[in-house]
Design a protein around this ligand. Structure first.
Ligand SMILES: [Mn+2]
Length: 303
């Protein structure tokens, strides 16, 4: 992280944060999902939280310009974007999530948040959040920091436009400033086969949005966009800092996920079904167009 920040000429500071021991025990691995609460306690100036699964487009910094009314400025602890329609719909139907029940009309997503530690402390949320986690299971909380913050801040939130936290799979908005790859699959872990399955599902369900991975969203332009940007980033890195590039590729391979057995069987069936029997005999080699090559791009050696 330090070498990469230096390469980008970005100032990086690493903070040590401490979680109370009983919460470390209670939360286990999911503890990483609660760091935003520790930052609210430790920092003093307003700050912006950005998940690591976001793509920022030029202009995203507009979030700092949006003027606020005085009344809001003295009260608002968080500015965030409403969560995906699908998520809100599921939570409404289930009716057991205590955070959602308190904040059903303004239930927000925590991938991108503008936060005010001053107001957080003014309203004494710093002395409440740990107990909310402790009673989390009783309250039906499920989404890490997001539910703690929705539960506590339902009266201290200002919703901002979805262009600041557009989630693929939500109703499409043109030209989002921040795209948030919330949920699964994450575009950076997909093997070539996983990518192919993804697009096959999108295409074959063109008239059944409930079965498309993107639901009501745009036909996965966001994923193509991600892969294009990742390619660009890696080829720049390869030219400028080969040792960082090697490290990035190594890490990328470690997290690349292939299809499970059930999906592999579907994949084989789909390949069988989509053979063009008429020209099976005359076809003797693969023909790839430029677009197909983009989709099948992977980072194995010699490819
Ligand atoms: Mn996220």
């Amino acid at each position: 992280m330090r070498s990469y920040a230096e390469y980008l000429d970005v100032k990086l500071e690493i903070l040590d944060l401490t979680m109370p021991p009983d919460l470390v025990l209670q939360l286990g691995k999911s503890m990483n999902g609660y760091f935003s609460l520790l930052f609210l306690d430790v920092l003093n100036e307003d700050f912006v939280w950005l998940d690591s699964d976001l793509i920022l487009k030029p202009g995203w910094e507009k979030i700092f310009d949006k003027p606020r009314s005085k009344a809001l400025a003295s009260k608002t602890v968080i500015r965030a974007v409403p969560d995906r329609q699908v998520t809100v719909g599921q939570l409404r139907k289930k009716g057991t999530n205590g955070a959602f029940l308190l904040n059903a009309d303004n239930y927000f997503n925590c991938g991108m948040m503008w936060l005010s530690p001053k107001n957080w402390k003014k309203f004494k949320f710093d002395s409440q959040w740990q107990d909310v986690i402790r009673s989390g299971p009783k309250l039906g909380l499920e989404f890490i920091d997001q539910d703690i913050l929705n539960y506590l801040l339902h009266d201290n939130v200002e919703l901002i436009p979805k262009e600041f936290n557009y989630m693929p799979g939500d109703f499409y908005i043109p030209e989002p400033l921040i795209t948030h790859f919330a949920g699964y699959p994450k575009p950076w872990v997909m093997s070539p086969k996983a990518k192919a399955m993804y697009f096959a599902r999108e295409a074959i369900n063109w008239n059944r949005p409930q079965f498309r991975p993107s639901r009501e969203g745009a036909f996965k332009s966001e994923y193509l966009d991600y892969w294009r940007q990742e390619d660009e980033m890696l080829s720049e890195l390869k030219a400028d800092r080969p040792e960082l590039y090697e490290e990035a590729i190594k890490r990328k391979k470690e997290i690349t996920a292939d299809l499970n057995l059930q999906e592999r069987l579907k994949y084989l069936l789909m390949q069988l079904v989509t053979v063009e029997f008429q020209n099976l005999l005359t076809r003797n080699r693969h023909v790839l167009t430029g677009v197909q090559r983009d989709l099948w791009n992977d980072y194995s050696p010699g490819n």
